[in-house]
Write a protein that binds this ligand. Structure first.
Ligand SMILES: NC(=O)C1=CN([C@@H]2O[C@H](COP(=O)(O)OP(=O)(O)OC[C@H]3O[C@@H](n4cnc5c(N)ncnc54)[C@H](OP(=O)(O)O)[C@@H]3O)[C@@H](O)[C@H]2O)C=CC1
Ligand SMILES: CC(C)(CO)C(=O)C(=O)O
Length: 296
């Protein structure tokens, strides 16, 4: 039986990177654009010296392998949109976003997959730039589910290395922690990743990590706060010259994902009867700097 086509959501940085890498494998890839946007039914994306043409659609009309790398605040509207299509039931969904959503358990199906990456990409005019080579992990929302073997193999060939993990939650918490420990400081001090080390106090960083680990424990995931701080320090050094995604969003006057990073930790901790003042304060400081810009 033939595999379903890939449907990549949007023409964002990570989605475009995955779209061109999959297309280079000669597998069918369509791009889902937002409904109502003027479109010729075709989208061209340049990657280095190569040019790729994609058929575009506005809705899910046939069972597909859906790859959706979107901002955290775009996940819920996207899922509601996809759910309105009968073809969604027979489709496999991969989502990728920074942070966590309070309503993930009701929003995502147990078989939906999380893709976590340390690759970096950005769009420039009609081109996608693969700015940082990293690695990725893929795993289901609920551990007992498996992904189609061909799908995992194609993703791995498209953008290696890729590791399949049944229990993706600890990996997601680690990524969440690294983003909570780095991103808000880059906005508050308006600086590149490497420069935050000149601004932050070790005890504050430790407290942010302690609060994240305490909430993770309450959710059944054991993390060492010391390791989280060490990981964040390694990432800061490895990406010293980068502008974090949150700083870029702020500079481009786009909504940030702060509500789904330190904001998530503060809110979910409060609900669980835990206190998370360090994350609460970072959340508020970023909202103060950005003017609390609402997600579109
Ligand atoms: N870029 C990077 O290097 C990395 C990004 N990440 C994370 O991955 C996620 C995606 O990042 P990135 O690719 O940079 O984000 P982008 O904003 O570049 O891409 C998201 C794309 O999805 C589109 N989109 C969202 N919802 C829909 C919808 N319902 N229908 C059609 N299109 C839709 C957006 O359209 P529109 O512009 O119209 O909103 C946009 O084109 C974020 O959470 C980010 O923090 C993680 C690691 C690295
Ligand atoms: C790891 C880090 C901080 C790299 O810039 C990142 O993921 C981001 O900017 O969102």
């Amino acid at each position: 039986m033939n595999n379903p086509p890939w449907l990549v959501v949007g023409q964002g940085a990570i989605g475009s990177l995955m779209a061109v890498r999959l297309a280079a494998l000669d597998v069918p890839v369509q791009i889902k654009l937002r409904a109502g946007r003027e479109t010729t039914g075709e989208l061209k994306i340049r990657s280095g010296a190569e040019r790729f043409r994609f058929a575009t659609v506005e809705n899910l009309t046939a069972p597909s392998w859906i790859f959706a790398a979107v901002k955290a605040y775009q996940v819920a509207p996207l899922i509601h949109e996809l759910r309105s299509s009968a073809a969604f039931q027979a489709s496999t969904l991969i989502v990728s976003y920074n942070g966590m959503l309070a309503d993930e358990a009701s929003l995502l199906r147990d078989s939906d997959l999380h893709w976590i990456t340390t690759h970096g990409a950005y769009r420039e005019a009609d081109a996608v730039i693969h700015a940082g080579h990293g690695q990725s992990w893929l795993g289901p929302q609920q551990a007992e589910h498996r992904a189609p073997a061909d799908m995992v193999e194609q993703l791995e060939r498209a953008l290696p290395p890729l590791s399949w993990i049944n229990h993706i939650a600890p990996r997601r918490w680690q990524k969440l922690a690294v983003n909570c420990l780095i991103n808000p400081f880059t906005v508050i001090h308006e600086c590149r990743n490497g420069d935050i080390l000149r601004h932050i106090r070790a005890d504050v960083w430790q407290q942010v990590a302690d609060e994240i680990a305490a909430l993770a424990t309450q959710r059944g995931v054991e993390l060492s706060p010391q390791n989280l701080v060490q990981q964040a320090e390694q990432v800061v050094k490895a990406t010293a010259n980068n502008r974090s995604s949150m700083l870029q969003d702020y500079l481009q006057q786009r909504p940030t994902e702060i509500d789904y990073l330190n904001g998530f930790i503060a809110s979910a901790s409060a609900e669980a009867g835990l206190s998370a003042p360090a994350n609460q304060q970072l959340w508020q400081q970023v909202l103060d700097v950005t003017g609390g810009r609402d997600p579109r």
